[in-house]
Design a protein around this ligand. Structure first.
Ligand SMILES: C[S@@+](CC[C@H](N)C(=O)[O-])C[C@H]1O[C@@H](n2cnc3c(N)ncnc32)[C@H](O)[C@@H]1O
Length: 184
């Protein structure tokens, strides 16, 4: 179901969806590998899509931790609402660029981890910078920004924002993906 929805959304709104298929569990493993789940209280997922990473996050999060999912696409948003029934998850239909306002509305000042699946490489440079800046600003010192991409095109942009970056790669995804992990 998630796969057919993805293909349909890619062909109708490809420039915003950025992929033809949901990510694999192998990519999920790479995305989560550096998260200190025992310490993390608030996590944000930008562009969760149909929730390829979400159950893995919820499985490992503490009972009192919170996961904020911010998804722009209305079809994916409704799929998430139908699928994710965990009380620790807050599902927001909106844009990653609204992160400061979303946190303010939820009475949250800072977060411990931002996990982003946003297609930065097809965003305008201004939009990509805005999302990266808002994410860094939202993080606690020592917090993690984790981003996957299908190319190295956005590596410099991400490095410039955080001043550090760990790179991982998995061929076991369609398309194969690079994972960037940065510490604030
Ligand atoms: C490459 S898909 C990844 C989806 C899912 N995380 C996965 O890995 O299968 C990118 C996702 O980002 C969402 N997206 C694009 N621009 C966005 C924005 N400005 N704010 C929030 N979500 C956005 C798309 O709708 C899509 O669900």
């Amino acid at each position: 179901m998630a796969k057919s929805k993805f293909i349909a959304q890619f062909f109708t709104r490809g420039n915003k969806v950025g992929s033809m298929a949901p990510s694999s569990r192998f990519l999920a493993k790479k995305m989560l590998q550096h998260i200190p789940f025992d310490k993390v209280k608030v996590l944000v997922e930008l562009g969760p899509g149909t929730g390829a990473f979400t159950p893995f996050l919820l499985d490992r999060m503490n009972a009192n931790a919170t996961l904020i999912l911010i998804e722009l696409n209305d079809v994916f948003y409704h799929e998430l609402v139908n699928k994710i029934k965990d009380p620790r998850a807050i599902i927001v239909h909106g844009s990653a660029t609204d992160l400061p306002e979303i946190l303010k509305k939820l009475n949250l000042e800072k977060v411990d981890c931002v996990l982003s699946s946003l297609p930065l490489a097809i965003f305008t440079p201004q939009l990509a910078e805005r999302v990266l800046h808002a994410s860094k600003d939202a993080l606690n010192d020592g917090g993690l920004y984790i981003q996957f991409q299908y190319s190295m095109q956005s590596k410099k942009k991400i490095f410039r924002q955080f001043g550090n970056l760990k790179l991982a790669f998995t061929p076991l995804n369609f398309p194969p993906a690079f994972v960037y992990t940065c510490t604030k």
